[in-house]
Design a protein around this ligand. Sequence first.
Ligand SMILES: Cc1ncc(COP(=O)(O)O)c(C=O)c1O
Length: 345
Amino acid sequence: MRHIKLFKPFVSWYAVWNTVKVLRSGQLAEGPRVKEFEEKFAKRFNLQNVLAVNSGTAALELAYELAGIGEGDEVITPILTCTATNIPLVHRGATIVFADIDRDLNINVEDVKRKITPRTKAIVFVHFGGNNRGLKELLEIAREKKIVLIEDAAQAVASPFWGKANFTCMSLQAIKTLTAGDGGVLACKDPTLYEKGKRLRWFGYDREKKQKFGDTDLVEAGYKYHMNDVSAAIGLGNLEVFDRILAHHQKLMNAYEEGGITAHPWFATVLSDKRDALKEYLKQHGIDAGMHHYRNDQYTIFGGRKKFPVMDELENKYLLLPLHKGVSVADVKRICRLAKEFNDK
Ligand SMILES: Cc1ncc(COP(=O)(O)O)c(C=O)c1O
């Protein structure tokens, strides 16, 4: 029986060849391939002030730092997301204010509005599965209230709406639509903060001025967040075929929608009262489905469980279904048929 994984890395032959060349070049650390990746990525996605970093988490860490989020600042963020969205806020001593979700699993904008206070420093919008619903409204609210908006677009490299917030953070981790093995991208609206970000991703040194350890004073305490040329080579090779990846994802999305299942650019979702049994039924037919991300208030580091009406209702109902290059349209039709068969039983 064919086994369909929930997520599967896709690496193009261009990426394989690029990587071999870099591995034999003697230049593995950050070098010309990173610069080339930044330029091509920015052009392909129509973004400005793009910084390649070594993970989506690093992009978020840097965005939070550049936004000036510190001790006691309130940050409104969705209850359902990858913990990577919120762990960096714990490190900064920020007060995490969780907002509930809507039935599409994205943040509930009405709940965000209710939770804004004079101490709200930032709002984090997560494109859950690449779903951009709610972003437009939050952009307007953030602009009007002069609150920093940070887009966690880690799952959204195939989504059309990103890059409009103060900071947009993307992930190029192994199973993402565009992978660099591991990696991330931060796009900054403000060019001055972009310049600062460029220094902070390399300990605080200005590499363009060829500043080196010992040569110069350090006035900002930075991080080691830069991308290296090996990751950039993988990213560049996959970028080469990105339009084809995107077209494939679009076909799968259409097939899911035709089969009555909601699909986003990175996965499809179903809500079922018999979620665990459905998951098991699909597994018996060789199809992996899962939750992948869980409500964040279940983790002690985020302060323990509270009441969130929609999250409370859906936490045992949502299930993510596979949507990637290893899945065909025929597979999606089969998944939809199996899900229907299961529901009709
Ligand atoms: C919503 C979200 N934010 C942040 C991240 C972190 O990205 P990375 O794994 O590249 O650090 C992920 C990764 O899965 C994610 O899904």
